[in-house]
Design a protein around this ligand. Sequence first.
Ligand SMILES: *[C@@H]1O[C@H](CO)[C@@H](O)[C@H](O)[C@H]1NC(C)=O
Ligand SMILES: *[C@@H]1O[C@H](CO)[C@@H](O)[C@H](O)[C@H]1NC(C)=O
Ligand SMILES: *[C@@H]1O[C@H](CO)[C@@H](O)[C@H](O)[C@H]1NC(C)=O
Ligand SMILES: *[C@@H]1O[C@H](CO)[C@@H](O)[C@H](O)[C@H]1NC(C)=O
Ligand SMILES: *[C@@H]1O[C@H](CO)[C@@H](O)[C@H](O)[C@H]1NC(C)=O
Ligand SMILES: *[C@@H]1O[C@H](CO)[C@@H](O)[C@H](O)[C@H]1NC(C)=O
Ligand SMILES: *[C@@H]1O[C@H](CO)[C@@H](O)[C@H](O)[C@H]1NC(C)=O
Ligand SMILES: *[C@@H]1O[C@H](CO)[C@@H](O)[C@H](O)[C@H]1NC(C)=O
Ligand SMILES: *[C@@H]1O[C@H](CO)[C@@H](O)[C@H](O)[C@H]1NC(C)=O
Length: 732
Amino acid sequence: MGSGKDLLILGFVCMLTQSVSGSCDKGLVLQKGQCVDINECDYSICGKDSFCFNTIGSYYCVCHPGFINSRGNINFTAQTGQCIDTNECLTNKNICDHLSKCENLIGSYACNCQSGYVNINNNKTSQCKDINECEEAERKHENICGDNGTCMNINGSYWCICKNGYTNYGNDRTPCSKLSCDRFTASKTSPTLGGLADILSLMRNSCLALSDSTVPGGKADGEALLEKLLTATDEVLSPGPVGSSKGVSGLLGAVENSILLIGPQLKVNTTKMETKETVAQIAVRKGKSRPTGPLHLTSGSTSLSTDWSTALGTGPYPGFALAALLSYKNLEGSMNRSFEKLQKAEEDVSFQVFSKVVSVVVSNPSTQNLSSPVNITFTHLQEKRRTPEVGFICAYWSESGAWSPDGCSQQQSNETHTVCQCEHLSSFAVLMALYPMEPIYELQVVTKVGLILSLVCLVLSILTFRFCRSIQGTRTTIHLHLCICLFMADLVFLVGVSRTEPEGGCRFVAGMLHFFFLGVMAWMLLEGVQLYRMVVLVFNATIRPLYLYVFGYGVPLTIVILSATIRPKGYGTKQHCWLSLEDGLIWSFFGPVCIIIVLNVFFFTVTVWKLAQKFSSLNPDLSKLHKIRAFTVTAIAQMCILGLMWVFGAFLFNKDMIAVAYIFTILNSLQGALVFIMHCLLSKQVRDEYAQLLSCICTPQKKSYSDYSSTNPSSSQSQGSRSGQLTGESNI
Ligand SMILES: *[C@@H]1O[C@H](CO)[C@@H](O)[C@H](O)[C@H]1NC(C)=O
Ligand SMILES: *[C@@H]1O[C@H](CO)[C@@H](O)[C@H](O)[C@H]1NC(C)=O
Ligand SMILES: *[C@@H]1O[C@H](CO)[C@@H](O)[C@H](O)[C@H]1NC(C)=O
Ligand SMILES: *[C@@H]1O[C@H](CO)[C@@H](O)[C@H](O)[C@H]1NC(C)=O
Ligand SMILES: *[C@@H]1O[C@H](CO)[C@@H](O)[C@H](O)[C@H]1NC(C)=O
Ligand SMILES: *[C@@H]1O[C@H](CO)[C@@H](O)[C@H](O)[C@H]1NC(C)=O
Ligand SMILES: *[C@@H]1O[C@H](CO)[C@@H](O)[C@H](O)[C@H]1NC(C)=O
Ligand SMILES: *[C@@H]1O[C@H](CO)[C@@H](O)[C@H](O)[C@H]1NC(C)=O
Ligand SMILES: *[C@@H]1O[C@H](CO)[C@@H](O)[C@H](O)[C@H]1NC(C)=O
């Protein structure tokens, strides 16, 4: 070994010998006048792994057994090589016997016996002897083959030989467990599925073969059997949806039982297999010790998350554990029914399967009572947001052939996934529940009463505007048509908004509502324009009625025709006969509404500003200005009510908020009453005329006079002032 320390010692020795060489021979040193030998071995001159021998005047080194000099010398010195390990396993191939493996050690070697054998001699001269595992287990009171298996010792291992009716699925050292081939008898399940009977007989045969086989280490081939099972399942499912719920239950049960049978025969820890109709992942653990730790399985778009202790259960450990997740690619169509158990609780709710159907199989025999719940993450068939009307429910397919929510709860869900937590295992899916938009009873009453009141008021307003002579003019024409539109809109709303059947009728109602509500807004805009003209363009403030009609009805009609041409399907939804909110059609209503509100805000601002200017001018015509101020206030109030209503309406149709629903409903139903109060009851001229009319009715004998007076403008004082106002308005 040429380490630094060795070289140092070597140098020291050389120096020592040379310095005295003059008087003593090489290797001797002068001491008290005599030449004496130096013991070089005192300085570990040979290095490790070697012996050092001192001689007179010199020394030599010999390697330890198991080492060899690097230059092949037997006797050597520090200058002639060093000791290295010899590989006994290579130099002597037969050094260990055939049941053991030679292992080279530094300076030595060991013969290690194969598993199942023990070396009864020392490690150098191997003599491997079979371990009798059966006796050893008996000594330790271990039951390595289960209660119903017999242990048989063989060279290097042992076999468990199972009693009839028990099996370890050909896995030599696995305890025997009960095999009930009865679960594959066709009579237990519905005979409606031809292919199902084939699966059952296939499985029954392989089950019986297993239970019969007393020959250990038989040719159990789980993988081939699994492939057969999945292929047979494909054959059952390929022709199309399974007709009966019982048939589906039979198929699911047969496949689950088959996996329990096949699982222990699988050779590898994790098997994945995919066929046309199914995807399966099966995890298997074998061995003497219970598997522990988390367990995650994924098949298709579904994943299962649990742990091995749940998959095994609390019973005695049978020597193997299994967990499988099987996802059916197209079974959801066959199982899109049988929601009776769910509907029992909530009658009006409609359900549909909203994920792939999966079966979870574990070796735990009591799958109805898991020690801790498992989590299953499902992917939705489509993206769907959760709303008060849309819920996701975790359910399992019960043996009787119906969906049931018991023991499964929804942990969390977003648009794409739902995580279910289930306390028992079988076949699962996520169901989508569609709750009906619950009509709130109070709200309905408010709407009905309000709308009827509104309609009555609107009729009164229409009659007033049509027949009240003292107020005729452009503004009254506008009011009249605004009221007509509002009347029609309210009437259609009252009668038709929730009549979603038949579809054609619902579309028509939606179209009418669209047209009349737009009409209300259009006439409101005309009102703003007219006010603006009265204040700003003092002259010639009348507008020809034709122009009014063209704008007030033409614009809404154009919008409705265009929208109906582009998106005919958008009229009428499942909940209301109103515009669909999904494809943006609603903007053909909210768009014009927004534009009109903005324009009116502009007209009213200018009007108010000009009005203020006129009030402060030198000689204002106060009576006229007061009148215009009153018009402006009512117009602004009306716009606020209508505008606000649709602001809340916009919220209402997007989100379900109860407060908003109330405000919208109340504003909507009371509009007619408000129009009547603002334009009729608060107007002095109209009030006067009502009073006159009332007096005529109360004194019918004077009817002829009243008729005469109302047809003759110059006959009374009040008439004169009225006609003055009439002309006054047109002159403004
Ligand atoms: C090594 O040295 C010893 C003692 O000097 C001697 O007996 C032996 O023969 C030597 N062996 C060889 C191979 O030189
Ligand atoms: C054999 O070697 C193993 C380690 O390889 C050791 O544990 C055992 O005690 C050795 N047995 C004998 C008899 O030397
Ligand atoms: C073994 O078989 C006997 C009857 O033969 C039965 O009582 C016992 O429960 C079985 N043990 C197991 C673990 O299956
Ligand atoms: C085990 O090995 C011994 C000798 O190595 C042999 O005589 C015996 O037949 C073997 N037993 C079996 C069951 O293979
Ligand atoms: C299979 O399981 C055994 C023990 O149960 C483990 O030692 C081995 O690493 C596993 N193999 C794989 C591929 O997970
Ligand atoms: C299931 O999910 C819940 C909550 O997300 C979590 O607390 C629990 O540990 C999970 N269980 C398993 C077995 O993963
Ligand atoms: C289930 O049925 C509903 C109608 O009843 C249908 O809309 C839905 O697409 C169906 N789902 C599947 C997965 O077949
Ligand atoms: C489920 O297990 C609990 C204890 O873990 C037990 O109290 C209960 O009775 C069991 N229920 C069923 C149906 O086996
Ligand atoms: C939805 O939930 C799943 C599972 O919890 C998660 O993996 C996914 O990222 C979530 N998606 C969104 C958009 O939040």
